[in-house]
Design a binder for this molecule. Structure first.
Ligand SMILES: Cc1ncc(COP(=O)(O)O)c(C=O)c1O
Length: 427
C-alpha cells in the first residue's frame, strides 16, 4: 500500500498536468511499452525451422493511431467486425496483413472485407462458407483459414474460455462434417485454403495449455493430411497469454514460452511425420494491458452503516467493465499532495446507477479525500474497447505518453457527441 505525490509522473508528465489538460477519467498508455511488447513477441516467437507470424488482436484496443503503431512495429492485425476493419483501413494498415475473424460475420461485413481486399478471412462455420461462396466473385482466390474447436479447456474465466465443446466459435474437430467442410473449401478455386485457426481463451496462466493446444492442432493437421490430402500450410493458434493485473498473478513468461510453442510444433510435426506448417499467434491483452492505466479523480468517500468504505471516482463501469463482467481484480495507486499516515480498505465505486458499478472490490489505500487522484493500473486491454455511454457518460480521452510527450489518440467525448446521432421528435 503506497501513494504517490502529485508531483510523480506518468512517463515524465505529472498526473495533475495530465488531469488538467485532458480531464478525468483518462486512459493513459505508455507508448514505448506497447512498442517494446510488440518487439518481445516478434523477437521471441522464432525458431530455426518453423516460420512464424505475430498478429495483434485489435479487439483488445484499437484506434487509428494504434493500427498505425502496429504497422510500424511490423505485426499483422486481426479484426472481428466491419468497424474494426474500417478503423484499421483508416489507420492505413496494409490490408494484405489483415485477418478477418468473427463467429457471425454479416453478408455486408464479408462484402466489405472482399472489397477492401482483406488478406485472410477466417471462416467460422459451414454457414459462413456457404455465404462466402454465394458472394465471392468468380475470378478471386481469397486466402482463408477455418476456425476449429479442438475442445481444450483452458483454465480461465468461463466467459473468456472459447474452445469448450459447446462454444459458439469454430467447427469441432470431433465432428466428421468439419473434415468434409475442409475438403469442400479447398476444392473451390475461389478459395485459397491455407490452414486452421484455433484460440482456446484469454488470460491463460498455465503454459502447458499452449503446448497441449499446439499438439492437438497438429494431430488434427495429421488427420486432415491422411483423410483428405489437403495441405495445411499454416496454423493460427490465437492469443490468450496471461498478464499480471496484481502481484497475485503470475503472467506468462513470453521469452520462455514463445520459442517453446514453436519447438512443440516442430517436435510434433517430426513425430507425426508431417510438413511443418507456418505458425501464427494473435496476442491482444499481452501487448497492451500493462501499458495502460486509467486516471480518475476522487469525488468523495462514504462509510455505510455496516462499515463498508466506498471511494467514489468520476468514472464507472462505462469505462471499466471487466470487474463487473469477469470479477477481474485490479491494483491502484492513490495520488495526493497531502502527507497521509493512515489507510483504509476501500471498495472503489463509480458514478453509474448500478450497484454492480464497482471498479475494485477491495483494496487497501491511504485515506483518500475529494480532489485526490486514483490511478487504476493494467487497464490497457479491453477497457477503451469495451467502453459504453451508459448513463450518457462521455467516454474518456486516450493519450499516448512517450518520454514526456503526450499524443491524444482519441479525443474526450463531449455532450454534443452524445446526441450526434439522436433524431429530434417532431413537434
Ligand atoms: C480469435 C481471437 N484471437 C485472439 C484473441 C486475443 O486474446 P488475448 O487478448 O487474450 O491475447 C481473442 C480474444 O478473445 C480471440 O477471440
Amino acid at each position: 500500500m503506497f501513494y504517490l505525490k502529485k508531483a510523480n509522473t506518468f512517463q515524465g508528465v505529472s498526473f495533475q498536468e495530465l488531469a488538467q489538460q485532458f480531464g478525468t477519467p483518462l486512459y493513459l498508455y505508455d507508448e514505448q511499452m506497447i512498442r517494446a511488447q510488440c518487439q518481445t513477441f516478434l523477437s521471441n516467437f522464432v525458431h530455426p525451422f518453423v516460420r512464424s507470424e505475430v498478429i495483434y488482436a485489435s479487439k483488445a484496443f484499437l484506434t487509428k493511431a494504434m493500427a498505425t503503431l502496429i504497422h510500424q512495429e511490423g505485426l499483422s492485425l486481426d479484426v472481428v467486425s466491419g468497424g474494426e476493419l474500417f478503423t484499421a483501413v483508416q489507420g492505413k494498415f496494409p490490408v494484405n496483413r489483415l485477418y478477418f475473424h468473427g463467429n457471425n460475420k454479416s453478408r455486408k461485413e464479408l462484402l466489405e472485407a472482399i472489397e477492401a481486399h482483406v488478406g485472410t478471412i477466417i471462416i467460422d462455420s459451414e454457414a459462413e462458407f456457404l455465404l462466402l461462396q454465394s458472394i465471392l466473385p468468380n475470378n478471386t482466390n481469397q486466402r482463408v483459414m477455418l476456425r476449429i474447436n479442438p475442445g481444450i479447456e483452458a483454465h480461465t474465466h468461463e466467459y473468456i474460455q472459447t474452445t469448450k465443446n459447446d462454444s459458439k466459435f469454430g467447427e469441432s474437430i470431433f465432428a466428421d462434417s468439419t473434415m468434409s467442410l475442409i475438403s469442400r473449401i479447398s476444392k473451390d478455386s475461389r478459395f485459397d485454403f491455407v490452414g486452421l485457426h484455433s484460440h482456446i481463451g484469454s488470460q491463460i496462466f498455465e503454459e502447458s495449455s499452449f503446448y497441449e493446444h499446439s499438439r492437438a492442432v497438429l494431430r488434427y493437421v495429421k488427420a486432415i493430411t491422411v483423410q483428405t490430402k489437403v495441405v495445411v500450410k499454416e496454423i493460427n493458434l490465437g492469443g490468450g497469454f496471461g498478464v499480471e493485473y496484481t502481484s497475485a498473478d503470475q503472467g506468462i513468461d513470453l521469452i520462455e514460452v514463445l520459442p517453446k510453442m514453436l519447438d512443440t510444433i516442430y517436435q510434433a510435426a517430426m513425430d507425426l511425420e508431417i510438413a511443418i506448417p507456418k505458425v501464427l499467434i494473435e496476442p491482444g491483452r499481452a501487448i497492451v494491458a500493462q501499458a495502460g492505466s486509467t486516471l480518475y479523480e476522487v469525488g468523495s468517500t462514504k462509510q455505510t452503516v455496516e462499515g463498508k468504505n466506498y471511494l467514489m471516482v468520476d468514472g464507472s463501469m462505462a469505462d471499466h467493465i471487466r470487474t463487473a463482467l469477469y470479477q477481474a481484480i485490479y491494483d491502484a495507486v492513490l495520488i495526493s499532495d497531502r502527507e497521509i499516515s493512515s489507510s483504509s480498505v476501500y471498495t472503489v465505486a463509480g458514478k453509474a446507477c448500478e450497484s454492480g458499478d464497482v471498479l475494485i472490490r477491495s483494496i487497501q489505500l491511504p485515506q483518500a479525500q475529494a480532489g485526490d487522484y486514483l490511478l487504476v493500473k493494467t487497464t490497457g486491454a479491453y477497457h477503451y474497447s469495451m467502453a459504453s455511454n451508459y448513463n450518457r457518460l462521455t467516454k474518456p480521452a486516450v493519450v499516448f505518453v512517450n518520454n514526456g510527450v503526450c499524443r491524444v489518440v482519441v479525443k474526450k467525448e463531449t455532450y454534443a457527441d452524445l446526441i450526434r446521432l439522436d433524431v429530434d421528435m417532431e413537434e
